[in-house]
Design a protein around this ligand. Sequence first.
Ligand code: ADP
Length: 426
Amino acid sequence: MAIVLGAIADDFTGATDLANNLVRSGMRCVQVIGVPHAALALDDVDAVVVALKSRSCAVECAVEDSLAALDWLQAQGARQIFFKYCSTFDSTDAGNIGPVTEALMTRLGATQTVMVPAFPVNGRTVYQGHLFVGDRLLNESGMQHHPLNPMTDADLVRVLSRQVARPVGLASHSVLARGGEATRRHLEALHEQGVGHVVCDTLDDRDLAAIAAAVVDLPLVTGGSGLGQALPVEYRRCGWLAEVAEPGRLAPSAGTALVLSGSCSRATLAQVARFLEHHPGMALDPLALAEGEDHLQDALTFARERLADGGPVLVYASADPERVKAAQATLGAERAGQLVEDALGRLARTLVEEGVGRLVVAGGETSGAVVSALGVRTLRIGEQIDPGVPWTQAPLAGREAPLSLALKSGNFGGPDFFTRAFEVLT
Ligand code: ADP
C-alpha cells in the first residue's frame, strides 16, 4: 500500500521530532537517514520522514538532496509532501527554506503552499506573520546570535520574500479563527492574486487544526512538527488512514541495555549524575583516548563485565565545561570531539555485535556518529520517552531481532531520562 505522507526534514533531530508527533497522532512512521537507494518494505507504514542535513549546507546541495528525497517519496506513492524545517525558521537570505520550497513546488507542479513553523505547546507562535519564541519576537529570542543562521527579522513574510521568486502572502489569525473552510477560501483568493507562499498565523492548536483542514489537498505543505501533529486528523477524515490501536508498537526488544553519552549539555550532565546514583558507569577521557588503544579497551572490558551482571551500563565522555575546555586546550576542539565520537561509535558497534539490544545515545553529533558506526539507515518510530524523543527500532544486517535505539539530543529529557527510557520499553 502507498504511504500517505512523505516528509523531507532538513536535519536529523528535526526529522525525529516530526516522526514522533506523527506517531502520537496515530500514524505508523519510519524515519530514513538520507535518501534510500532502493524501495523499502512499507506495507504497514503511513508516513516516511527522510532526514537530510540540508539546513546549513550550500543552497544547491540542499535543493539537490531535497529533490532526490522528493523523487524517492513519490515513488513510494506519497499523497502529500511535507517539507519540515525548524520552528525558529532557521535560514538566511540565501536559503535554504525558500529555494528548497520553490524547487519542490516546481517539481510537483504546485502553484501554492503554506509556511507553518509554529509549535504552540513549545512556545513557538506566529501572529500577523511575526514569529515569537515564548513572549519574545524571534529576533530578540537569542536566535539573532545563532552562529550559522542568525535570525534578525521576525516578520516571516519579509524574511521569506527575500528567499523566493513567487509572491508571499499571509493567512492571519482573524481568518483562521473562522475555521478550516474560511481558511481554504482565503488561500484560494490569495492564489487568484498569484500568491505562491502563504505564511500562516498560529496562536494555538485550534489554528493548527484550521490550517490542516484547509491544506489537506495541497501537494506540498511546509512547516514545523506542530503541523505534523494536526494533519493526521484530516488524513483520517479523508479515509486515508487505517485505524491502528498502537501506531508506535515495536517488536519486543531483546538483549542487554547500554547508554552511551557524548553530550556535555546541561540536561545530559544531570541525567548522567542521576543514572550513576544507582547504576555503573565509566568516564571516557579524550586525553587518554589520544594516547592509544588502552583507554578504549578498558572501557570495553568495563562494559562487558557490567553488562554480564545485567546492566544497564553507562559509558560517557560528558563533562562539565571546565573539563571540556581543558581537553580542547590540549587537543583542539575538533580532535577532542572526533576522538570521543570515534570511541563511542566503536563501543556501540562492538557491544551491539556482542549482544546489546537496547541502546540509548545522548548527543546530536554523538547520535550521528553512533548511527553511522552501526550502519543504521532506517528507524521505525515507537513510543515517546520524553517530549521529542521516542524509542526507535532499527533492523541490522546479520542480526535477527532489531536493535532498540533512543537518540537524544543535548537538552532533551528529564533528569531520570536514562533509567525511565528502559522502563518505557518494558
Ligand atoms: P549535544 O546534543 O549535547 O550538543 P553533541 O553530541 O551534538 O551533543 O555534541 C557534543 C560534542 O562534544 C561531540 O562532538 C563530542 O564528541 C564532544 N565531547 C564530548 N565529551 C567531550 C569532552 N569530555 N571533551 C571534549 N569534547 C567532548
